[in-house]
Design a protein around this ligand. Structure first.
Ligand SMILES: O=C1C[C@@H](O)[C@H](O)[C@@H](O)C1=O
Ligand SMILES: [Co+2]
Length: 302
C-alpha cells in the first residue's frame, strides 16, 4: 500500500486472545470485522483464528477493511536462522496474499510472556553472543520480508529479551535500518520503563508501525506488588484502550505527526472480553482518537 496517511486499526486481541485461545472463543471473524466497521476503524491485524487468504479477503472486501500485519514469534537464538526462515516465508506468503503492510516480529527465545513467572522481575537477558546471532538473523528476516513487499517491524515486549529502552537501543544499533524497523507499543514500554516518550523521540525514524495500548496504573501497581505473570496481569485489567487509562496520547500523536509518520496506528488492548465488552471499548477508543487527538491537532494547526 502506498502509505499516504495515518490508517487507524484495531487488533482482534480485545475479542479473542492468541495467547489464551479459550478467551472469547465464541467471537467469530464476521462478528469481529463487523464490530470494527461499527467502531469506525479501517482495518485490523491477523489473529491466530483467521482463515485462509481467499476467505479472509472476501470478508474484508465486504466491509471495506484492510489488514495491517500479523505477529510472528521468532526463535532465532533457540532454533537458528535456517529453521526460522521456513516458517517466516509461510507467514510472509500469507500476509502478501491478504495485502498486508508489515510483519510484526518478536523473539520468543527465553520469553516468559506465556508462563506463570513474575513478568515484572523475571525477564530474560541475552548474552553478547546471543545478541549477535539474533541481530544478524533479524537482518536476514528483514530481507525476506522485503521480497514480499512487507516491512519487518520488531515488537519490544514485556517478559522478553527486548523489553526495555536500553534493549531497544541495542537492537536498533545492531540491525540494518534498511531491513529492520520498529513497532512502537505505548503500553509495553510504559509498563517496562515508566515512560513512553523517550523511545518514541529517540527511534522515531525507525518506527513503521504503532500499537496504541493504554494502562490502568492502579492495576499495574497491584500486579507488580503481587508479582503477577503477563497473562494474569492483562486478565486483571492492566491494559485498556486509549482514553481509558493513564497514558496521555496527545504528545505521542503530535510527535508522530511532526515526524510525518505515515502508516498504521493500531489500538491494541488485551482484556478479557467477558469483562470488557469489545465493541464498547472499541467505541471508547475511537471517540478518544476523534475528539482528543484528531480534532485537537486540527484545531492547534488552524
Ligand atoms: O502486539 C502484541 C501482540 C500480542 O500477542 C501480545 O501479547 C501483546 O501484548 C502485544 O502487544
Ligand atoms: Co503490541
Amino acid at each position: 500500500m502506498a502509505q499516504q496517511e495515518i490508517v487507524w486499526g484495531i487488533a482482534p486481541i480485545g475479542w479473542r486472545n492468541d495467547d489464551i485461545p479459550e478467551i472469547g472463543a465464541g467471537n467469530t471473524l464476521q462478528h469481529l470485522l463487523s464490530d470494527i466497521v461499527v467502531a469506525g476503524f479501517q482495518g485490523t491485524e491477523v489473529g491466530g483464528f483467521f482463515p485462509e487468504p481467499n476467505v479472509l479477503n472476501k470478508e474484508l472486501k465486504l466491509r471495506n477493511l484492510k489488514i495491517a500485519s500479523q505477529w510472528f514469534s521468532s526463535f532465532i537464538i533457540r532454533d537458528g536462522i535456517q529453521e526460522v526462515t521456513k516458517a517466516f516465508h509461510n507467514c510472509c506468503e500469507y500476509l502478501k496474499e491478504v495485502h498486508a503492510d508489515a510483519v510484526v516480529v518478536s523473539e520468543q527465545t527465553y520469553s516468559i510472556q506465556g508462563t506463570e513467572k513474575n513478568v515484572f522481575a523475571d525477564k530474560p537477558h541475552f548474552t553478547d553472543e546471543e545478541w549477535n546471532t539474533f541481530c544478524q538473523g533479524l537482518n536476514e528476516l528483514g530481507k525476506i520480508a522485503e521480497q514480499y513487499d512487507l516491512k519487518l517491524v520488531y515488537h519490544h515486549h514485556m517478559g522478553t529479551g527486548v523489553q526495555t529502552l536500553e534493549e531497544v537501543d541495542r537492537l536498533m544499533a545492531n540491525t540494518d535500518p534498511n531491513y529492520v524497523h520498529l513497532v512502537y507499543d505505548t503500553g509495553h514500554i510504559y509498563v517496562s520503563d515508566g515512560d513512553f516518550m523517550t523511545l518514541l523521540n529517540k527511534h522515531i525514524a525507525r518506527i513503521k508501525h504503532v500499537h496504541f495500548k493504554d494502562v490502568r496504573r492502579n492495576v499495574m501497581d497491584e500486579c507488580k506488588k503481587q508479582g503477577r505473570s503477563f497473562s494474569q496481569s492483562f486478565l486483571s485489567g492492566m491494559f485498556t484502550v486509549p482514553g481509558d487509562g493513564c497514558i496521555d496520547f496527545s504528545n505521542v500523536y503530535k510527535a508522530l505527526l511532526d515526524s510525518n509518520y505515515k502508516g498504521w496506528i493500531v489500538v491494541e488492548a488485551e482484556q478479557d472480553p467477558s469483562v470488557a465488552h469489545p465493541l464498547e471499548y472499541a467505541l471508547i477508543a475511537r471517540r478518544y482518537i476523534n475528539e482528543e487527538l484528531i480534532l485537537k491537532q486540527v484545531t492547534v494547526k488552524s
